[in-house]
Design a protein around this ligand. Structure first.
Ligand SMILES: [Zn+2]
Ligand SMILES: [Zn+2]
Length: 274
């Protein structure tokens, strides 16, 4: 389909504005990391203190990153008139407080993993930026692959009752991220344990992984379409809506960082943006 040059420039403008805002949002989320006064002594803390510290870190990352994503996209949509809602239907009564309550229980389970990772950790940070970047890239690839297959499994009859808790959120919000049954929370965090066992990792990197995963997940549950005013960019639109579509349909689009595994294994749904 031929589109005018003006429309194409407008699309590019939206894309550039959004990428800038996305990077800014990520930088704001890293503030959560900077607020944590890491100490090499944490590894030898008594068990209850280590658990309490791990819970405090989980809660800080959950509340700050989710609130930052919520505020950033609200600012873009309501005050700068960039983008719009993917699903305009009203939220269920008391949806956000219920999501937050389940979020706190998820933080408790995640804290147990964080504590085990702390005990298994090797120092605080890698020896170089390059080593840190390599660890982050490999972890994200592992998490992305694990998420696809575990999410497929969660949609089988055996796990449907557990995953149903997350699917109570049909019109998602960034607070839907941690709205999980404890069994699903246990499954979700396994890549952290696998990674730390396979590759000696500093505790600071483990928390950095949490921040990055939280930012991506909260973005995917933001119900926000940055390209709502654009008639083009079908791939960008499809990328931004694939997880919201999963919540609407209750099937397909099981991926974490995109539709790549869904396309490989034939589970992609509704790729064409309407
Ligand atoms: Zn699902
Ligand atoms: Zn979801």
């Amino acid at each position: 389909m031929n589109r005018s040059r003006t429309a194409q420039w407008k699309d590019l403008g939206f894309l550039a504005a959004f990428i800038t805002a996305y990077e800014l949002g990520m930088a704001l989320c890293l503030v959560a990391l900077a607020l944590i006064p890491f100490s090499a002594n944490w590894k030898s803390l008594p068990t209850w203190q280590g658990l309490l510290l791990s819970f405090a870190i989980q809660l800080l990352v959950y509340l700050l990153v989710t609130a930052a994503v919520w505020a950033a996209y609200g600012l873009l949509r309501l005050h700068l008139n960039i983008g719009g809602l993917l699903d305009p239907r009203p939220l269920k009564p008391r949806q956000i407080p219920q999501e937050m309550l389940r979020g706190i229980s998820t933080c408790v389970i995640y804290a147990v993993y964080t504590f085990i990772c702390l005990r298994l950790s090797s120092g605080l940070w890698p020896t170089s930026w390059l080593a840190g970047a390599a660890q982050l890239a490999v972890f994200l690839a592992l998490y992305d692959f694990w998420f696809y297959w575990s999410h497929c499994a969660l949609h089988t009859r055996a796990f449907a009752a557990f995953h149903g808790t997350h699917h109570r959120s049909v019109r998602v919000t960034p607070w839907s991220v941690h709205s999980l049954h404890p069994v699903e929370a246990l499954i979700n965090q396994l890549p952290f344990l696998i990674f730390v066992l396979a590759w000696p990792t500093g505790f600071g990197m483990i928390v950095l992984f949490q921040v990055v995963i939280m930012f991506m997940t909260a973005s995917g549950h933001s119900n926000y379409d940055p390209f709502a005013q654009s008639s083009g960019l079908p791939r960008a639109k499809a990328f931004w809506r694939f997880h919201q579509r999963h919540h609407q349909l209750g099937r397909g689009n099981f991926g974490f960082m995109g539709l790549h595994w869904d396309l490989v294994f034939g589970t992609a749904q509704g790729r064409k943006a309407e």
